[in-house]
Unconditional design. Structure first.
Length: 315
């Protein structure tokens, strides 16, 4: 999907970069920045979870706000301010000056506000989670949980999960949707853990996929290797919830669905590189990549060779 430009409080968001997969109409439900030209942002949308990277461009005062019917989690890679205040309505605000590697969690329906005069230009990753759509263990009743806001806190598990989502923004790899939705479910459990102080409760261990389920899912992947489907679409083939499908698939195939599908794409690419006259660009499009560079990066990550090198060695 191509880039789009929209208005925000009457100002043009000329610096907004939209990554592949964003859905129309979501810009108004993200973090509001005033003035908007203070930042550059990129957004990737996977329905149940969104990930956005935001970089401050100028050392001038600005403010941000957010209140929506979904959760927001912010991870600051970098940020130092001369002055400022950050908080959620009804709770004590933070005036911390150096907030690098800090996290903020804003529950759905809570009003978040922040203003600052930046000393060092901030870089941050924001994750938006749809409480009723995220793929988490149904027994945890995540959508009904009374989760509390947290400002300028640290949590290594949450930080690492957010960083994985950050890497997917703009990556344009087929299969990222399934991976992102799985990471959204992990974040939901980690958010619940913040309030409980212990690991989120686990349900009894489930067995792997039945034979007919394995065959149906495997055949679908082989026949539709180029598709970028959602986790729910794949789980529906096995007639399971996305949460239980993830765990059953890994037990049966030894790896997560997005990794299995990525491996099968590369195996298909190897066959095409060795036995056809298709160009590398044609092969990339044939197996679901939107650009040759994205295909080359994925191929090299798995095989440690470029597609051109592999073709030359297989000749």
């Amino acid at each position: 999907m191509g880039a789009s430009v929209s208005s925000h409080q009457g100002a043009k968001l000329s610096l907004l970069e939209i990554s592949r997969g964003e859905l129309p109409g979501h810009q108004s439900s993200t973090l509001e920045v005033h003035p908007p030209e203070m930042v550059r942002r990129r957004l990737a949308d996977w329905a149940s979870v969104q990930s956005e990277t935001l970089q401050v461009l100028r050392r001038k005062p600005f403010d941000t706000s957010f209140k929506q019917n979904r959760h927001m989690l912010i991870a600051f890679d970098q940020g130092v301010r001369y002055d400022g205040e950050t908080g959620v309505e009804g709770f004590p605000a933070s005036t911390l000056r150096n907030y690098a590697h800090k996290l903020i969690f804003v529950p759905a329906g809570a009003r978040f506000r922040s203003w600052q005069h930046p000393q060092r230009l901030a870089r941050q990753t924001i994750v938006y989670i749809e409480p009723h759509a995220v793929h988490v263990d149904p027994d945890l009743r995540f959508a009904e949980a009374d989760v509390q806001p947290r400002v300028m806190f640290e949590d290594d598990a949450i930080w690492q999960t957010v960083q994985k989502l950050k890497l997917l923004v703009g990556a344009e790899n087929p299969g990222d949707r399934i991976y992102a939705e799985a990471l959204g479910g992990i974040l939901a459990q980690e958010i619940l853990r913040l309030d409980s102080g212990i690991s989120a409760p686990r349900t009894a261990r489930r067995g792997g996929l039945a034979g007919w389920q394995q065959t149906r899912v495997r055949d679908f992947i082989e026949e539709h290797i180029e598709l970028d489907v959602s986790l729910k679409e794949l789980a529906d083939l096995a007639k399971l919830s996305p949460y239980h499908f993830l765990r059953s698939f890994k037990q049966s195939f030894g790896e997560a669905p997005h990794r299995y599908w990525a491996d099968r794409r590369i195996e298909r690419a190897k066959t095409l590189l060795a036995n056809s006259r298709l160009s590398v660009t044609e092969i990339a499009l044939n197996i679901g990549f939107s650009t040759p560079s994205a295909f080359s990066n994925a191929f090299h990550r798995i095989t440690r060779r470029t597609p051109t090198d592999y073709r030359r060695e297989s000749a």
